[in-house]
Write a protein that binds this ligand. Structure first.
Ligand SMILES: C[S@@+](CC[C@H](N)C(=O)[O-])C[C@H]1O[C@@H](n2cnc3c(N)ncnc32)[C@H](O)[C@@H]1O
Length: 290
């Protein structure tokens, strides 16, 4: 049983909802063209470090003939994925020693995993389980632009709360999060250095702006709810570090305030009063052949 990631780094729902937006069919065109996989083939696809399963879920929609397996060592993620994601086999396990024979997959894919795993092991394990001519796809989250809705601005009480909070960044460093991060130039070079051929790079942009009329209402509301989840989780995380009764009261007030603000955001959206808050993410997609 290992719940390090879901309990100390990113919670199940926060990760699942944010990735579900990022891998929505609205953005599938760019992913499909950069992945460049045959949608008609019965490919065996492995997703390593699959978290709660949102990318594997999208792959199942985009490649309905493929046989998809997701593996992650976090028990909470795998339990959630098994209950909520259809058409994918999920396995709890360590991606630094993949429990699969050599040459058993046509495609191995990962999203925001490379930077957490020792590079030799990260690339070599994927190469080992890929069939000759198999494809490695490495997705890496790069820059982002974030602009909050005016109605979500921190109240003086919230500002004071955040100023008093322990440093969550230091907490994450304890778990080695992002310790092997590479630049946009180092990533393809590392892939080549580990024996992958015909390496290509490309970028997919997901722009999450609920007030933009190009988005269906249901999608826009999911963006707003994803942000609520993100903000609530930030409070829950500090909750697990602070324990006195007085602190507990401050947490409860924070949760109430955050919920009120996001309720207001939702009602402004529903009555057409625009806030133009946005979050833009840039994902780098590397593709190499064994
Ligand atoms: C940033 S999260 C990304 C999760 C998922 N790919 C997504 O985008 O939602 C990194 C994931 O790698 C997993 N992970 C890290 N080291 C691992 C290891 N040695 N074996 C299996 N999974 C690992 C974590 O549990 C976590 O789910």
């Amino acid at each position: 049983m290992n719940n390090v990631w879901s309990e100390h780094v990113q919670g199940v729902m926060t990760l699942y909802l944010s990735r579900k937006l990022r891998f929505d069919d609205l953005f599938s065109g760019k992913y499909l063209s950069l992945f460049s996989l045959d949608q008609e083939k019965e490919l065996k696809i492995l997703e390593i470090g699959c978290g709660p399963g949102a990318l594997a879920e999208a792959l199942h929609r985009w490649y309905p003939r493929a046989k998809i397996t997701g593996i992650d060592r976090d028990t909470n993620f795998i339990e959630f994925a098994r209950e909520n994601v259809e058409g994918v086999a999920f396995l709890e396990g360590d991606i630094t020693a993949l429990p699969f024979p050599n040459e058993s997959f046509d495609v191995v894919i990962s999203n925001t995993v490379q930077e957490h795993i020792e590079p030799e092991i990260f690339w070599n394990e994927q190469r080992r389980v890929l069939k000759p001519g198999g494809i490695c796809l490495c997705l890496s989250s790069r820059r982002s632009i974030q602009c909050a809705a005016p109605c979500l601005a921190d109240s003086p009480e919230e500002t004071e709360f955040w100023n008093r909070c322990p440093d969550l960044k230091a907490e994450m460093e304890k778990y080695g999060v992002g310790r092997f991060g590479l630049t946009e130039a180092e990533l393809p070079a590392a892939m080549e250095a580990h024996g992958f051929l015909d390496v290509t790079t490309g970028y997919a942009v997901t722009d999450l702006t609920p007030d933009d009329p190009k988005y269906p209402k249901e999608f826009a509301e999911r963006i707003i709810e994803g942000r609520r989840q993100n903000d609530l989780e930030a409070v829950y995380r500090t909750c697990s570090l602070w324990k006195t009764a007085e602190e507990k009261e401050a947490f409860d007030r924070m949760l109430e305030q955050i919920n009120q603000k996001h309720d207001e955001r939702l009602s402004l959206f529903r009555c057409g009063e625009k806030q133009w808050d946005t979050e833009v993410n840039l994902t780098m997609i590397l593709r190499g052949i064994k």
